[in-house]
Design a protein around this ligand. Structure first.
Ligand SMILES: C[S@@+](CC[C@H](N)C(=O)[O-])C[C@H]1O[C@@H](n2cnc3c(N)ncnc32)[C@H](O)[C@@H]1O
Length: 372
């Protein structure tokens, strides 16, 4: 087993300066569709003088901004004028300054810059990973997280024959599954400590559905197989070394519904004993918005235009993995190789776009901290 020596924080962070949310319409759609569920949970909370809300693994905050703006507007329109404390969490390496600027309408489209629209909304950031308790005990009313908790806290190993655990050999898959189980328990225990009795934690996590589908693998061309194909091609051409080839391992694991629900199914588990119960759980497939726009255009968009919209959305979250694998080279050389890598994928989509898309598969969980 090849041990990892890479700082996972470097491998995880999304590309900064707003690049991530500008090119991630699919993630934004998934979050927007959860708005009603979030609002219903907020209305259902026990009485409190103020509301403390957390958005865990928020990246630059751009993808959830419209949802929070809508939810806060709905609260205000319903006569709820309570003070709201919004805590955005992510890793220390995250681009928090872009996030703070966006919420104040100083960067990007200010339409949903809710700090400009509402009184008594206080925005904070927390740069500590979500596997730990991040705020004072029993102080949080609603925790939310989208598309973030598939990142494992530690890369258990480099996968020597692929880039992602979903396509890995049994031994590698098992190592990632074990790490993900420990992490999920830690995530839940931390939220159990933070939540007030009656508080809620709603998360929309990447996962594997009952039909075995997951991000970029929903019946068409398989995205992770393509990442691997073009990364391996660079190695086969001696553009990258064997070590570099192996170091491109995503620090991710897509849990199944069973894996997500396991801590709740056992009344004696640490999570159940900490007071967390599962109110609802379901899977959701969200079609790739770039593919949908291409199909809707029915000939009005060229293959190349489609490829040039699809590949950047993949690049926004995957690029750091491949870049980090090349650590030690000159920055200009790294950029050249990475451009070559995504260009090869882009050329394939341009030549034959059929089946290429990045559909999302989420497992959605609504968790409650019971009133003891
Ligand atoms: C794919 S982005 C999702 C961003 C946003 N929530 C969305 O749905 O568009 C995943 C985010 O999770 C963050 N992340 C990964 N591991 C984390 C951890 N242990 N603690 C906090 N954030 C983490 C990454 O840095 C990244 O910003």
């Amino acid at each position: 087993m090849k041990k990892s020596s890479i700082n996972t924080q470097d491998v995880l962070s999304m590309r900064g300066a707003g690049y991530y949310s500008e090119r991630t319409a699919g993630a934004r759609n998934v979050i927007n569709e959860a708005g009603d569920m979030i609002f219903a949970a907020l209305v259902d909370l026990p009485d409190s003088t103020a509301l403390k809300i957390a958005d865990y693994g928020a990246a630059d905050g751009g993808t959830s901004q419209q949802m929070w703006n809508t939810v806060i507007r709905s609260l205000r329109e319903a006569g709820d004028m309570r003070q709201i404390e919004m805590i955005y969490t992510d890793l220390a390496s995250n681009d928090f300054s872009t996030l703070f600027r966006m919420m104040q309408g100083m960067q990007g489209d200010p339409t949903h810059a809710y700090q400009n629209h509402f009184e008594n909304v206080f925005v904070h950031g927390c740069g500590t990973g979500f596997h730990k308790q991040l705020m004072t005990s029993e102080s949080l009313h609603l925790g939310f997280s989208a598309t973030a908790m598939h990142y494992v806290s530690v890369k258990p190993m480099e996968i020597s024959n692929h880039v992602h655990a979903v396509c890995a050999d049994v031994g590698s898959k098992t190592a990632f599954a074990e790490q993900a189980a420990v992490d999920w328990q830690n995530i839940l225990l931390a939220r159990a400590a933070e939540l007030v009795p009656g508080g809620r934690f709603i998360c929309l996590n990447f996962g594997i559905d009952a039909e075995g589908r997951y991000l970029g693998n929903t019946g068409g061309k398989h995205m992770f197989e393509h990442f691997h194909k073009y990364w391996k091609a660079l190695h086969d051409k001696s553009r990258i070394t064997k070590d570099e080839y192996e170091r491109a391992t995503f620090v991710q694991y897509y849990r199944t519904m069973e894996e997500f629900c396991a801590p709740f199914a056992d009344p004696d588990s640490r999570v159940s004993r900490a007071g967390l119960t599962l109110k609802a759980n379901y899977t959701k497939l969200t079609k790739c918005p770039y593919s949908a726009a291409f199909l809707d255009a029915s000939g009005g968009m060229s293959n190349r235009e489609y490829a040039e919209s699809l590949i950047p959305t993949m690049r926004s979250w995957s690029e750091t993995v491949f870049k980090t694998a090349l650590t030690g080279r000159e920055a200009s050389e790294i950029n050249k190789i990475i451009d070559e890598f995504y260009q090869a994928y882009l050329d394939e989509v341009t030549a034959n776009p059929e089946g290429h898309a990045m559909d999302y598969v989420h497992i959605i969980l609504d968790i409650e901290k019971t009133v003891s």
